[in-house]
Design a protein around this ligand. Sequence first.
Ligand code: PHE
Length: 358
Amino acid sequence: MSNIKDIEDNVSVEISQAKSLEDLQKIKIKELGKKGRISSLMKSLSKVSNEEKKALGKSYNELRINVLKAFELKEQELKELVILDRIKNDKLDVTLSVRPGSNNDEGKIHPISRTIDTVIDIFSNFNFTVETGPDIENDFNNFTALNIPEDHPARQDHDTFYLKNKNEEDRKLLRTHTSPVQIRTMIDTSPPIRIIAPGRTFRCDDDATHSPMFHQIEGLVIDKNINMGHLKGLIRSFCEEFFEVSDLPIRFRPSYFPFTEPSAEMDIAYIKKDNVLKFGEGDDWLEILGCGMVNPVVLENCKIDPSKYQGFAFGMGIERLSMLKYGITDIRSFYESDFRWINHYGFSPMNLTSSTGL
Ligand code: PHE
């Protein structure tokens, strides 16, 4: 029996001295392998009487189990050391390029982000700067200052999400358009103003062409001697760049917005060929944006003297622009986080072209 105890102690010492998983494996083979000490002990059982076999067999088995456990513990300890060592010494080279063929793992730029970037790009060439405002607005910035008072019928056109407010006076809501950024900018800065404001907007509406959350981009120019001609010229140049068509036929239709006077909606000409929209041809018209000369009442609300300054504003839906440019038919697909969809319609961050080549 003392033989067994000696073996156990001896193996324990060997195990504790193992410096690596390879060392440990060698010891394991030496002790537990076919020709190992413990296997030899097991084999020797065939030479003893049945009486002895019972008692010896039990203790040999216990020895085997104890030794196996000791190996397991040490193996665990050495594996952890390997991991710690890698954490300490391995360096991640984030500048390495993506492995060829691992295209599926490459992130894609969402068409909404891509459209916002493109619009910003075009307007920055026209000397516009970008302004942003919060998604949660107050009633004044979203409605009242934009000449939409409490009892104005236009309020009903905006299916507004109101927040539960303690204070009725200072009612908060999810902005229904990006136009409150006009108000914030006119109150905070003085003319000349030349901004675009992209962002999220919210209306209680949900079908194939409406989503309760969508994106708009707002434009505002305030300066001396600004007229509708400037608005038309700017919007034409923008559309030609965005839709990549020169001499794009456009038309302005009279419309109504409380915050612009006169107001218009702008359409571009298109034709549908083989189920694909082609812009700049044909005699069908597609609405692109709402616009107009800033209503003097709005200027006054923002403490800007309408006898000195005029300006124009426009607002357009980002989803609509993306759908038209990239041939996307259901607005809801933008927000479904479907990898197949984003792999098809998304844009590679590396070469800025989509997998469809658009
Ligand atoms: N805010 C308007 C809308 O959401 C768009 C618009 C912006 C119209 C600026 C005119 C001027 O429909």
